[in-house]
Design a protein around this ligand. Structure first.
Ligand SMILES: [Zn+2]
Length: 113
């Protein structure tokens, strides 16, 4: 092997090593997924009123895909937001779900994703 061949093989090796290091570090970062990391999705009220709430739909509820009521707390009172199975499925897929809902308290716009 002449010097030119040796250099090009060294460069190739360096490139391969670089790639394998990247893959390894990427893999080790994976468990910490973006967001909460536990599969739950937290929604919030986005109607810009004088107060706001947050409520969390759990990964188990998302996986089940059934209609649920999600409790939104904060601001000294709570709201129970009904979600249809279609809305739960959309939230699970990462699609934005925005819903105007009025309970016995007052109206809010609830947003997931
Ligand atoms: Zn409220």
């Amino acid at each position: 092997m002449n010097r030119r061949e040796f250099l090009s093989k060294s460069a190739l090796m360096a490139a391969l090593i670089g790639v394998s290091v990247k893959v390894t570090s990427c893999g080790s970062d994976d468990p910490a997924a973006p967001g909460t990391g536990n599969g739950n999705v937290t929604g919030s009220t986005t109607d810009g009123g004088d107060h706001s709430h947050t409520g969390t739909i759990t990964k188990a509820q998302l996986d089940a895909g059934n209609a649920v009521n999600i409790t939104f707390s904060g601001a000294g009172h709570t709201h129970s937001l009904p979600l249809t199975n279609t809305e739960v499925t959309n939230i699970a897929m990462g699609t934005r779900v925005q819903k105007d809902f009025t309970d016995f308290q007052h109206p809010h716009t609830y947003t997931f994703n």
